[in-house]
Design a protein around this ligand. Structure first.
Ligand code: RB5
Length: 146
């Protein structure tokens, strides 16, 4: 898969962990995040990664900040982006099966009960179920045009 990833200073280590895991499993990672602890504003990183994703050619994107909250809130302001803040394998699977998320968010300062790489792998292996969920996802996408 081809994945765009971006992070602020609150998630440098977790970004590196996820990017390394993806690359070691044969995926292509485009890193638009920061690699130092110098402060940046997470909305700017969200916009950069989402704009890159919307050019096309990506399977999904990953956004990271300290909690994953701010950067996912920013991403979800943009038309065409459905960013899910996932915490475990259940929310990872549902984000794809029911919500057809095209971005997932993690927090670099969050303590996960299972390794974030397993959460990511669960998301990547899941498939959108369509059907009634397509109607609901369509309604989400229309909100950006109100
Ligand atoms: C930065 O200190 C922090 O606020 C940011 O990484 C994120 O957690 C915001 O939601």
């Amino acid at each position: 898969m081809r994945v765009v990833i971006a992070n602020d200073h609150g998630a440098v280590a977790l970004k590196r962990e996820l990017a390394s895991w993806l690359e070691s499993h044969g995926h292509t990672v485009v890193n638009l995040g920061v690699d130092t602890e110098d402060r940046v504003d997470y909305p700017d990183k969200a916009v950069e990664a989402c704009a890159e994703f919307l050019k096309g050619g990506y399977d999904f994107g990953i956004l990271l900040c300290g909690t994953g909250i701010g950067i996912s809130m920013a991403a979800n302001k943009l038309a065409g982006i459905r960013c899910a803040l996932i915490h475990d394998e259940y929310t990872a699977r549902m984000a794809r099966e029911h919500n057809d998320a095209n971005f997932v968010a993690f927090g670099g300062r969050v303590t996960y009960a299972v390794p974030p790489t397993s959460i990511l792998e669960t998301f990547m292996n899941a498939k959108f179920e369509g059907g009634r969920h397509s109607v609901r996802v369509g309604k989400i996408d229309k909100l950006a045009r109100i």
